[in-house]
Write a protein that binds this ligand. Structure first.
Ligand SMILES: Cc1ncc(COP(=O)(O)O)c(C=O)c1O
Length: 446
C-alpha cells in the first residue's frame, strides 16, 4: 500500500532551521495527506482489469528507455520502437484544417456537434476513394477518432460472451480490450497466453499466416494486414482462406487495415472487402494515423456492411450505430476537414510521397539486417521490419541493442508468445536517423 513517509516529508536540511510552530504545522499537513492517501472507497476494482498481467508494452519500453537515458546522458538515443510517424503532414492537408478552424471563429462558419458517424462528405469520400469499386456505401462508413478507439467500441458491441481469436504475434489492443471487456480467463504464466483466447500462430513456417486447419472456432477473429508487428501483408489466397473459414464457422472477422496504404504488392488486397463473401462476415477498421501522419490529429473509420447479421438475424450495423451515438459524439470537425483533404487527388499524391519516404527507410533497414545475415520479414508492404534472432529471448535482444547501440526497438514478446526470438524495428524516422541506426547496427553485429 502507498503510504506517505512522515520522516521523509518533514526532513529538513541542517542549514534550514524551522521554528517549533512551523514544524508542528508541517506535521499536520503531512498527517492530513497521510489520511487522504489511506482512505479507500468501497468500490471493488474491475476484476477484468486485475487480470491484465503486464503493463502495456510501450510504457514498459518507455521506462527502460528513461533508465538508459539516465545511465548514458551524453549518447543520442534513436527511437525505432513505438511506431509513431515523424514526417510533417503535407501542407495541402493542414491548410484545410486551418481553414476549418478559422471558420469556427465566424458567425457563418461556426458549427457545434456534427453527426456522430461523421460528416457526409467524408463518409462518401472514404466509400468512393478508399473502397473504389468495392460496393461499400457511405452509410456503412463510421468516421471515428482512430482505429484503437474503434477496436474498443467494437468490443463493447460484442460484449463479454463471445470468444475471440488473435494472430500471434499481434497488435496488443485486441487482447487487452478483450480482457477488459471480460472475454478472457486468467493469464497462464507457462504459455504466456490468456485462457479462452485462441492464439493463431503466424510464424514463417506457415508464411506468417495462421494454420487454419488447427485453429479452433471462435465467434470473432481479429486479423490485421499488413500485420503489426510482422509487416506481412496477407495474400489474396490467404484472405480467401480466412473468409471461407469465417463463413464455415459462422464467425465475424474484425479486419484491421491501418497499414493498407503501404501495400505495393499487387497480390495483397488493401481491404477485406476485395474478397468475395466478406461482406457477410467482416467488419473493417482503419485509420488516417499511419496513412496520413494523423497519429496526433486522430481520425479513423470502421465499415460495417449491411449484410452482416448476428445469430438471431439482427443487423450488426444497427447495434454499432447505437454504440457510436451512445459512446462517441463524433470526430473533430477540424480532423474531418483534414481527412477530406487527404482523399482529394492532390492530397493522395502528397501522402504517397511521405509513405514512399518511409518505405525507402524500411528498405535501408531490411538491407542492413540482410547484410548482417539476419532474417528480416516485412518492410515491403508495411513500415515494420520483423527481425529474427534464433534462440534468443526478445527482451534480451532489445536490451542488448539498446545498451550497445542506443537504438530502441520493440521486443517481439510484447506482441504475444509467438514474438519470442524477434524484435520489431520501425521505419518511421527522419532519413539521417535511419542511416545512423543502420550504421550502429552494422557495427554491433558485424
Ligand atoms: C494495427 C494497428 N491498428 C490500430 C492502431 C491504432 O490506430 P489509431 O492511431 O487510429 O488509433 C495501430 C497503431 O499503432 C496499429 O498498429
Amino acid at each position: 500500500m502507498y503510504q506517505v513517509q512522515l520522516s521523509a516529508c518533514t526532513s529538513i536540511r541542517p542549514s534550514v532551521m524551522l521554528k517549533p510552530r512551523m514544524v508542528q504545522q508541517s506535521r499536520e499537513v503531512v498527517q492530513k495527506e497521510q489520511r487522504r492517501v489511506d482512505h479507500r472507497t468501497r468500490v471493488p476494482r474491475n476484476e477484468n482489469l486485475e487480470k491484465l498481467r503486464n503493463g502495456y508494452l510501450f510504457p514498459e519500453i518507455a521506462m527502460r528507455e528513461a533508465e538508459h537515458l539516465q545511465k548514458y546522458p551524453n549518447f543520442k538515443l534513436i527511437n525505432l520502437g513505438i511506431g509513431d510517424t515523424t514526417e510533417p503532414i503535407p501542407d495541402i492537408i493542414t491548410s484545410s484544417m486551418v481553414e476549418q478552424a478559422q471558420a469556427l471563429s465566424t458567425l457563418e462558419g461556426y458549427r457545434g456537434y456534427g453527426p456522430e458517424h461523421g460528416n457526409k462528405a467524408l463518409r462518401k469520400a472514404i466509400a468512393d476513394v478508399v473502397y473504389k469499386g468495392l460496393k461499400v456505401k457511405d452509410t456503412e462508413v463510421f468516421v471515428s477518432d482512430g482505429a484503437q478507439c474503434d477496436i474498443s467500441r467494437l468490443q463493447l458491441l460484442l460484449g463479454s460472451n463471445v470468444t475471440i481469436a488473435v494472430q500471434d504475434p499481434s497488435f496488443p489492443a485486441y487482447i487487452y480490450s478483450g480482457v477488459i471487456i471480460g472475454q478472457a480467463g486468467e493469464f497462464q504464466e507457462e504459455t504466456g497466453k490468456y485462457w479462452n483466447i485462441e492464439y493463431m500462430k503466424c510464424g514463417p513456417q506457415n508464411n506468417l499466416f495462421p494454420n487454419l486447419l488447427t485453429t479452433s472456432r471462435t465467434d470473432v477473429i481479429f486479423f490485421c494486414s499488413p500485420n503489426n508487428p510482422t509487416g506481412h501483408a496477407a495474400s489474396r489466397n490467404q484472405l480467401e482462406q480466412l473468409v471461407e473459414f469465417a463463413r464455415k464457422n459462422g464467425s465475424i472477422i474484425i479486419y484491421d487495415s491501418a497499414y493498407a496504404a503501404y501495400i505495393s504488392d499487387d497480390n495483397s488486397p488493401r481491404s477485406i472487402f476485395e474478397i468475395p463473401g466478406a461482406r457477410e462476415v467482416a467488419i473493417e477498421v482503419s485509420s488516417f494515423s499511419k496513412f496520413a501522419g494523423f497519429t496526433g490529429v486522430r481520425l479513423g473509420w470502421t465499415v460495417v456492411p449491411e449484410e452482416l447479421l448476428f445469430a438471431n438475424g439482427f443487423p450488426v450495423i444497427k447495434d454499432f450505430n447505437r454504440i457510436v451515438y451512445t459512446c462517441f459524439n463524433g470526430a473533430s470537425s477540424i480532423a474531418q476537414a483534414g481527412g477530406l483533404a487527404c482523399l482529394s487527388p492532390e492530397g493522395l499524391m502528397a501522402i504517397r510521397q511521405v509513405i514512399d519516404y518511409y518505405k525507402e527507410n524500411a528498405k535501408i533497414l531490411i538491407d542492413t539486417f540482410e547484410l548482417l545475415g539476419l532474417k528480416a520479414y516485412g518492410g515491403k508492404n508495411a513500415p515494420y521490419i520483423w527481425v529474427h534472432f534464433p534462440g534468443s529471448r526478445s527482451w534480451d535482444v532489445f536490451d542488448e541493442i539498446l545498451e550497445k547501440t542506443h537504438v530502441v526497438t520493440v521486443p517481439g514478446r510484447g506482441f504475444g508468445p509467438g514474438g519470442e526470438e524477434y524484435v520489431r524495428v520501425s521505419a518511421f524516422g527522419h532519413r539521417e536517423i535511419i542511416l545512423e541506426a543502420s550504421k550502429r547496427l552494422k557495427n554491433l553485429y558485424r
